[in-house]
Design a protein around this ligand. Structure first.
Ligand code: SF4
Length: 402
């Protein structure tokens, strides 16, 4: 029987967390209202962290809390108060990047487990063992290392190794970037990145403020860096065989739709690996499935590429959206997120099942307590679609964009 790594999934709020659990996450990582690297997301209040921890533990899942922002001297007291306040919550691991925070967590709660964030840029086993000696139980290894080095790191490390397998990439070593702060006043190291590396840039002469000259990088414009998204489905078997402990999906700002789809794909992949059935056909199938969630062109990233130029060879500058998120189940009806019409063929994804299609023949919209026949369903409508009654409450409904 293969030793299957943990599937670690992000959640921006309680609702997304529940979807992540249902779609097969082994562990969820979240951020509080402060000190994490997605401060623009909804994030969790202290009572919500408690509620989230109780919920995931009932479902035999784990929960990790990100406290991985860069911390300035003026914030130390506030951080200590925050850590004291959450000490009584049963958190399975704190994700940190500042070694002082590691010490502080251990002072407050000796039993607490600490995981080192990618933001700490650990690129070798000596770094892993330094953190292990100082109390960390896991290190998320920098995305910039090669696979051959990862194998050596795993065999020489005294802590668990976690790797990112899916999601956005940065130009700078694991996010230590000042570009967004410089261009938009939004500090990526405080969780406020504006993705300035993907903006379109022009050349302007100082006395001609409205005259923009194109600098031609490619036919889509000029960027400082417009990275593809990481997707390691094709290399998942290698990562499992190498002994990685945890496979992490990026995206603490993502919707329940995105998180459900990506989690479903990676859960399916790991289940196939467990059974020794992860064939090339299944890899191709799951690659097509994961492309149904919004994404940029995919890359195997620094770990598996010989030529890094592929990283920014994108067909699109923005996100590729092949499918539109139609709705979620609410009291046996569909709560509409995006417009669709009678005659459309919807696709339904349900936890633990293969997706299936359903053509909308009869559509009824709830108006003032009555279901009325309709041709169009609009955002926020509550609708009944004949043939979709009794679906699992965590089903996700999508439609291919024309
Ligand atoms: S601006 Fe780009 S490179 Fe910098 S932190 Fe944001 S996403 Fe990463």
């Amino acid at each position: 029987m293969k030793n299957i790594p943990e599937l670690l999934v992000p959640a921006s709020d309680l609702n997304t967390l529940k979807y992540a659990v249902e779609y097969g996450a082994d562990a969820i990582y979240i951020g509080g209202k402060n000190f994490n690297l997605r401060s623009l997301g909804q994030n969790f209040t202290i009572s919500q962290i408690r509620e989230a921890a109780e919920y995931v533990h009932q479902k035999n899942c784990k929960i990790y809390l990100a406290v991985n922002a860069v911390i300035f001297e003026s914030e130390i007291k506030k951080l200590r108060d925050y850590l004291e306040e959450i000490k009584s919550i049963d958190i399975d691991g704190y994700i940190i990047s500042d070694s002082g925070v590691l010490d502080m967590i251990k002072e407050i709660n000796r039993e607490a487990k600490v995981h080192i964030s990618t933001q700490a840029n650990v690129t070798n086993h000596a770094g892993v063992n330094f953190y292990a000696k100082n109390g960390a139980s896991r290190v998320n290894i920098a995305r910039e290392i090669k696979f051959e080095d990862l194998k050596k790191i795993i065999s020489n490390s005294k802590a668990e190794i976690e790797v990112f397998v899916h999601g956005a990439l940065c130009i700078s070593y694991s996010g230590r970037c000042m570009l967004s702060k410089y261009m938009a006043g939004r500090d990526a190291n405080k969780g406020k990145c504006a993705h300035s590396c993907r903006w379109n840039y022009f050349l302007m002469e100082e006395s001609r403020p409205n005259l923009f000259y194109n600098i031609i990088q490619d036919d889509k414009g000029t960027h400082i860096y417009n990275s593809r998204d990481l997707c390691l489905l094709e290399k998942l078997q290698d990562l499992v065989d190498a002994g990685v402990s945890s496979l992490k999906i990026e995206g603490r700002m993502k919707t329940e739709n995105y998180v459900s789809q990506v989690t479903w794909v990676y859960r399916s992949a790991l289940d196939y690996i467990r059974k020794g059935e992860y064939t090339p056909e299944r890899v191709s199938y799951l690659l097509e499935e994961v492309k149904k969630a919004s994404h940029r062109d995919f890359t195997l990233g620094f770990m598996f590429l010989d030529d890094y130029r592929e990283l920014e060879e994108n067909d699109e500058v923005g996100y590729i959206k092949k499918y539109s998120f139609i709705g979620v189940m609410e009291k046996d009806m569909v709560r509409v997120k995006n417009q669709f019409r009678r005659g459309d063929t919807l696709e339904v994804l349900t936890p633990g099942c293969l997706p299936f299609e359903k053509k909308v023949e009869v559509l009824k919209v709830l108006r003032k307590g009555e279901f009325l026949d309709a041709d169009v369903a609009n955002p926020n409508d509550l609708v009944n679609i004949e043939g979709l009654e009794g679906l699992n409450e965590f089903s996700i409904i999508r439609v291919k964009q024309s």
